[in-house]
Design a protein around this ligand. Structure first.
Ligand SMILES: Cc1cc2nc3c(=O)[nH]c(=O)nc-3n(C[C@H](O)[C@H](O)[C@H](O)COP(=O)(O)OP(=O)(O)OC[C@H]3O[C@@H](n4cnc5c(N)ncnc54)[C@H](O)[C@@H]3O)c2cc1C
Length: 347
């Protein structure tokens, strides 16, 4: 039976948050087309022995009726060439009506590889996809294939673009945080599992993960429920100490603007924005950040924003749900003191 196939990218058996969002986004599309959602996970025998059951359960929980497990020694760890080639093999065997992946680094890389290998167009960072209804008209000069109506984000999220894609097989990545990952009502433990062994030549060894260096322990910027960011207004590297304290009290992480990384006050791993990390915390506390568009596109997925700024006209202040117009060097320590006072208060 035909399907909307979703590449479930994972890191050593743990599916990415983006992959669960992609499964969620694929459900209405598959329903529109009257087909099922199928998941594709890639690994080797050892990985599936250790994590195969959990991966299948996660895919089923998010609505996959069938999980296709591509097994090969060269899929022991992530490699864009190997994943792209394995996906191309899957497409040939299973004949899906659309292939979807998360707009994560891995999803985007593997789909670009698939597009190159199949010579099919890839539309990245989609937020809405539907079949346009009428098949492409060959007499119009368009290539044969179905027409698809797609809205996708461009320019780091500051622009929504409507496009019509004509393709025999749409390849799509889903913009991160554009849908909330939600388990399916109809999820079942009775999911089909199909193993396939893609043919992978030695040339796919070009890029394979060999080693990992952990830059951050615990919660990451992109998954933190609270992010406390500082901008140029913090004034110096050691000015971040109160922000670190506030983040710790709230169980969050510290972020920053590019002005901060440009000044060498913090590492690029902490930068929020178009050329940094996109975040979607419950609350974003932006201290001394003007809210330039390149910063905003990384922060706009936040559920609530508190801006602390001396300028009431600052972009971040006008966009925030809550604002304190004052010097952050006074406000942040005052918030920390108040949190500690309330926590230490006898009940
Ligand atoms: C291609 C490109 C990509 C970019 N990518 C990114 C990106 O990924 N992320 C990013 O952040 N930027 C990015 N930028 C840079 C962006 O355009 C801005 O220059 C940058 O975000 C400004 O950082 P800022 O808000 O910290 O500094 P400023 O714009 O200088 O703002 C400082 C703010 O601090 C306030 N302030 C000053 N003192 C205090 C105080 N004591 N208390 C409270 N408030 C105070 C001021 O009122 C002001 O609003 C990019 C730019 C380009 C061209």
């Amino acid at each position: 039976m035909s399907c909307v196939a979703v590449l479930v990218d994972h890191d050593r058996g743990i599916p990415s948050g983006g992959a669960l969002e992609a499964l969620t986004a694929a459900r209405p599309l598959a329903a529109d087309l009257g087909v099922a959602v199928n998941a594709v996970v890639l690994g080797d025998g050892e990985l599936f022995d250790a994590h195969g059951a959990d991966l299948v359960a996660a895919c089923a929980a998010y609505g996959a009726a069938c999980v296709h497990r591509g097994r090969h020694a060269l899929l022991a760890d992530y490699g864009p060439d190997a994943w792209g080639a394995a996906l191309a093999g899957f497409v040939e065997i299973a004949g899906p009506v659309a292939v979807v992946a998360a707009g994560t680094d891995r999803g985007a890389e593997a789909m670009a590889q698939l597009a190159a290998r199949t010579d099919l167009p890839l539309v990245a960072n989609c937020v809405d996809v539907s079949p346009a209804g009428s098949p492409a008209d060959a007499s119009s000069g368009r290539p044969a294939g179905e027409a698809w109506q797609i809205t996708r984000i461009q320019w780091g999220g500051s622009l929504l673009e409507d496009v019509t894609l004509t393709s025999t097989l749409p390849l799509l990545t889903i913009a991160q945080h554009s849908v909330e990952a939600e388990t399916a009502n109809s999820s079942t433990t009775d999911v089909d599992v199909v193993d396939f062994e893609p043919e992978l030549g030695p040339q796919v060894r070009q890029t394979l993960v060999r080693d990992r260096v952990t830059l951050t322990e615990g919660i990451t910027l992109s998954t933190a429920p609270v992010v406390v960011s500082g901008g140029r207004g913090v004034g110096a590297a050691d000015g971040f100490a109160p922000l670190e304290e506030l983040a710790e009290l709230l169980g969050g992480r510290v972020g920053c603007s590019r002005a901060v990384t440009n000044n060498g006050w913090r590492s690029h791993a902490d930068q929020v924005g178009q050329t940094g990390t996109r975040i979607a915390p419950e609350i974003y506390i932006a201290c001394g950040i003007s809210g330039a568009i390149q910063h905003w596109v990384g922060a706009m997925g936040s559920k609530n924003i508190l801006a602390i700024n001396i300028d009431p006209e600052a972009n971040m202040v006008t966009k925030a749900g809550y604002a304190v117009i004052a010097d952050l060097h006074e406000v942040v320590p005052a918030i920390c003191d108040e949190i500690r006072r309330r926590r230490d208060r006898p009940t």
